[in-house]
Design a protein around this ligand. Structure first.
Ligand SMILES: [Zn+2]
Ligand SMILES: [Zn+2]
Length: 215
């Protein structure tokens, strides 16, 4: 399996490209603004993006999704509980930065609603949609059980957790998502987060400074 990534935009957001092999179909997870390096990555590996999965509607994960969908033809999937975010990238930017930094921020015109518990069959992978409210209400992690991989978005990071002080955030909900949906996974699950380096469930179970939240 190919796991390629680029860290993009002001927020240093990780975007991932997953494929079985070069020359085939691929799934992209998250689309920061200014996503051109992702198009280059696809081209360099002769990959065709069939789907763009968004972990949540924050602009640093979604702001490039309209452009990336237009450039690649990938269909965009995001949970409807985050529509209030997905549909208002410029409002989010004003709240975060007090201004709209120069750039293009487009939600995709056509979106497919993610459903908690469904398994998407994309690019040869079975991808389980695991809704994990807390960072945002519609936040979803994506699990590829056969590969032992969890794309954790802004739910879980190496040595940290997602912030819960933004609109729709809830520390209580995040802790419950962790207890019931994330920390139930096997220790050797490889965690690919939305920011920072990769980790494993076992590593975070042992050392994450917030582990009392789910312990
Ligand atoms: Zn976020
Ligand atoms: Zn983020």
């Amino acid at each position: 399996m190919l796991v390629l990534s680029r860290t993009l935009w002001l927020a240093q957001t990780n975007s991932y490209v997953l494929a079985s092999e070069t020359g085939g179909p691929a799934v992209i997870v998250d689309a920061p603004p200014d996503p051109a390096p992702l198009v280059d990555l696809l081209t360099a590996n002769d990959l065709t993006a069939v789907a763009l999965l968004l972990t949540h509607g924050h602009v640093d994960h979604m702001g490039g999704s309209g452009e990336l969908a237009g450039d690649t033809g990938a269909r965009v999937y995001v949970h409807p509980d985050d529509d209030f975010l997905t549909e208002n990238p410029e409002q989010q930017l004003r709240m975060l930065f007090g201004m709209v930094p120069p750039g293009k921020y487009h939600a995709p015109a056509d979106r497919i609603d993610l459903i908690d518990g469904e398994t998407l069959q994309l690019a040869g992978f079975d991808i389980d949609v695991v809704q994990t409210p807390g960072h945002t209400p519609g936040h979803c992690c994506f699990r590829i059980a056969a590969e032992g991989i969890l794309l954790s978005g802004d739910q879980l990071f190496a040595g940290s957790i997602g912030r819960t002080d933004l609109p729709g955030g809830s520390l209580e909900a995040l802790a419950e998502s962790m207890r019931k949906r994330v920390m139930t996974l096997p220790d050797d699950t490889r965690v690919l987060p939305g920011h920072g380096p990769e980790t494993t469930i076992g590593q975070e179970r042992l050392t994450n400074p917030f582990r009392e939240l789910w312990g």
